[in-house]
Design a protein around this ligand. Structure first.
Ligand SMILES: C[S@@+](CC[C@H](N)C(=O)[O-])C[C@H]1O[C@@H](n2cnc3c(N)ncnc32)[C@H](O)[C@@H]1O
Length: 333
């Protein structure tokens, strides 16, 4: 094949209001005010520096080392060698920052994880679409869904990691076989891997509505479904956001309700979209939800919501970070 893929953070001489007045021994430190807010980088960079305002040193003020002010003030002994060591240690620890943030229990950790997720999401989305499409298009036997799947699986093994790979795919297959859903909604189509898996197992009259917010991705994904041999009567690609798609779903479904909903788009959208599906009365007591990537921080709110509604939703099965949720143990739907 001609196609080749390349994958892939004292001692600031706090400018006591450049105190133009002379301090007495008794109140100099407690009445100080700051001209400027202390900034962390500024503090770091001042380590070991000689006092800018020598008149503020104890010696200049006539203080004795055994005066009441015996605390370890920076003016009394700047110890530049010590500060240099601290700066060096600080600089040396910079590469360890991600590990430190990961280990510490703080809001910083959550923020760090969110940034990493976003970066990975952007990289994953941009790298994959064209290359995956080109690879599948060239490798598979056109018109054969199983061949398309085999090409996807090989591509996943050798080139990229998909959010739903072959292992989770088998878990999903089992749900689709068991439920034999007639109306399926997939949120987050990407290149169509999951769509192909679902479509090949649907009953003859079954249809898939698949949603993809990125127009180019939606186009490439649709091509893959056609290459796999599926007909437009079996599926419809909605190139819009999940929220927009759900608001228009009733017109696509008519009197029907959704038997299966697969969420693999943006975990932060899982809860708003689930609530929208409820508002639009698109779920039934028999509906099944598959939520992927529930370990991601964004999915936490939907998991919390589900636990507050034990009569409406039950976790039926879990495989890795994928959940099968069954709806409607009550009459609420
Ligand atoms: C992890 S991928 C889905 C992978 C797909 N299930 C598969 O197996 O190939 C997530 C996709 O959801 C899309 N997406 C993200 N947020 C979305 C939203 N709010 N509505 C629709 N699609 C969204 C992204 O553009 C991306 O293509």
């Amino acid at each position: 094949m001609g196609y080749k893929a390349g994958y892939t953070l004292d001692r600031v001489p706090v400018h006591r209001r450049a105190h133009s007045h002379t301090h007495s021994h008794t109140h100099s430190y407690t009445t100080d005010t700051l001209d400027t807010p202390i900034s962390l980088p500024c503090m770091c960079l001042d380590w070991g520096r000689k006092p800018e305002y020598p008149e503020e040193t104890p010696a200049a003020r006539g203080e004795h080392t055994n005066s009441a002010h015996t605390g370890p003030r920076w003016e009394s002994n700047p110890r530049p060698w010590r500060s240099k060591i601290m700066v060096s240690l600080f600089l040396l620890s910079l590469p360890l920052l991600p590990v430190i943030i990961t280990l510490c229990r703080s809001p910083l950790r959550a923020l760090y994880h969110r940034v990493c997720e976003r970066v990975l999401k952007v990289l994953r989305g941009k790298v994959c679409v064209r290359r995956t499409h080109a690879y599948i298009f060239c490798e598979c036997t056109h018109g054969q869904a199983e061949s398309v799947l085999a090409s996807f699986d090989l591509y996943i093994k050798t080139h990229a990691s998909f959010s739903i790979g072959p292992e989770k795919g088998v878990f999903l297959d089992e749900v689709v076989r068991r439920e034999a859903p007639l109306r399926v909604l997939e949120l987050g189509m990407h290149c169509g891997y999951t769509s192909v898996r679902i479509l090949r197992l649907l009953p003859t009259s079954g249809t898939l509505l698949t949603v993809e917010v990125d127009p180019l991705t939606a186009e490439k994904g649709e091509e893959i479904l056609l290459v796999a041999g599926f007909k437009n009567s079996q599926f419809q690609v909605l190139p819009c956001s999940s929220a927009e798609a759900i608001s228009r779903l009733a017109s696509h479904l008519g009197e029907d309700l959704l038997d299966l909903v697969v969420m693999d788009h943006d975990p932060e959208q899982y809860l708003p979209d689930l609530l929208a599906l409820q508002r639009e009365n698109l779920l039934s007591k028999r509906s099944v939800l598959i939520l992927n990537r529930v370990a991601e921080a964004g999915a936490r709110v939907v998991l919390e919501y589900l636990t507050t509604k034990p009569h409406d939703y039950t976790v039926h099965q879990r495989f890795k970070d994928m959940l099968e949720i069954r709806c409607g143990n009550s009459e609420s739907f």
